[in-house]
Design a protein around this ligand. Structure first.
Ligand SMILES: Nc1nc2c(ncn2[C@@H]2O[C@H](COP(=O)(O)OP(=O)(O)O)[C@@H](O)[C@H]2O)c(=O)[nH]1
Ligand SMILES: [Mg+2]
Length: 293
């Protein structure tokens, strides 16, 4: 997969995010609960640690992820200094409600007239930043009365109670490791122009049979579960009568079918990674979680 997944505007956005990070008290990092590790931008995370900004890790799309894996990820992140983690579905307003309060707990000296709580939403494309943002703003608008929802102020969006929210465009990074790239293509954080859907679906099919065989075979009762990824895609084509000329399975359509059923949750609640697969976490020096200025 030779891929252009770091367009120029993302380079610009990264520079901007670094500047904004300095004027931020708490980072709201939106992650995809199915791939919390691979959906974390390592360069930004490194910068955040260096600048000692506390983070609220939001494992979004909880409704699509394996609850067991999600519990493991929450424990993994909550063990890190200056980090709190929550799992939620940004589409469901009520689960978003407590985010400002949780963010404030990471910078308790803020949210005063002279020291507003400055929150920054970060996250790669398609993890649900805009959905989350809209949920947060709708809520605050109903609270502050009839102020327009998307009024931009100098510091970002006003959530009331001396809390400000700044959003950033979704950012990937230039040297995404191959396995992470495959996962991010599966979850649609990397756009379809940048990868071969058959390759991505083949990897996904093999992973699903190895880890979620029951869920997979319920939708795709393949005759040979130990087949290679590409053979599984061909089998899906036959099972769903997605055939091309001469009755040959249409691999592209079969791939799209599998990816679609994974992405919209038809296959079930599935995660693509677990903390057990990671090397021991690098622990940054504990810090107060306080940002100055
Ligand atoms: N199932 C599910 N889909 C979500 C959730 N949050 C966002 N989405 C969907 O994910 C896609 C990307 O969301 P968006 O807010 O545009 O992501 P952004 O690129 O990070 O701003 C949209 O189709 C949303 O409807 C969630 O919690 N669960
Ligand atoms: Mg968006």
């Amino acid at each position: 997969m030779a891929i252009e997944w770091f367009p120029g505007h993302m380079r610009e956005a990264r520079k901007e995010a670094a500047e904004t990070l300095r004027k931020t008290d708490v980072v709201l990092e939106v992650l995809d609960a199915r791939v919390p590790f691979s959906s974390c931008n390592p360069g930004i995370e490194e910068l955040r640690r260096k600048l000692q900004r506390p983070a609220l890790k939001i494992l979004n799309k909880q409704d699509l992820a394996d609850p067991e894996r999600t519990r493991e990820w929450l424990a993994y992140y909550n063990a890190q200094p200056g980090v709190r983690a929550v799992a939620l579905s940004a589409k469901q307003g009520p689960s978003v409600k407590r985010l400002p309060e949780r963010a404030l707990a990471l910078a308790p000296h803020r949210a005063r007239p002279a020291k507003p709580l400055r929150m920054l939403i970060l996250g790669i494309p398609n993890v649900g930043k805009s959905t989350l943002m809209n949920s947060l703003l709708r809520r605050s608008v109903s609270k502050v009365g009839n102020e327009p929802a998307l009024t931009k102020h100098q510091f970002g969006h006003d959530l009331g109670n001396h809390m400000w929210l700044v959003d950033t465009p979704g950012m990937l990074w230039p040297d995404i490791e191959q396995r992470a790239a495959l996962k991010l293509a599966a979850t649609h954080s990397i756009g379809p122009a940048a990868y071969d859907p058959v390759e991505v679906a083949a990897e996904l099919a093999r992973y699903l049979l190895d880890n979620y065989a029951e869920l997979f075979t319920r939708r795709f009762p393949v005759a040979a579960p130990s087949a290679s990824g590409p053979d599984l895609i061909a089998e899906i084509g036959r099972l769903r009568s997605l055939l091309g000329k001469g009755g040959v399975p249409d691999l592209a359509r079969a791939a799209r079918t599998l990816l679609g059923e994974f992405r919209d949750g038809t296959l079930g609640k599935i995660s693509l990674e677990s903390p057990a697969q990671l090397p021991p976490p690098v622990q940054g020096a504990p810090h107060s979680g306080a940002a100055t200025g």
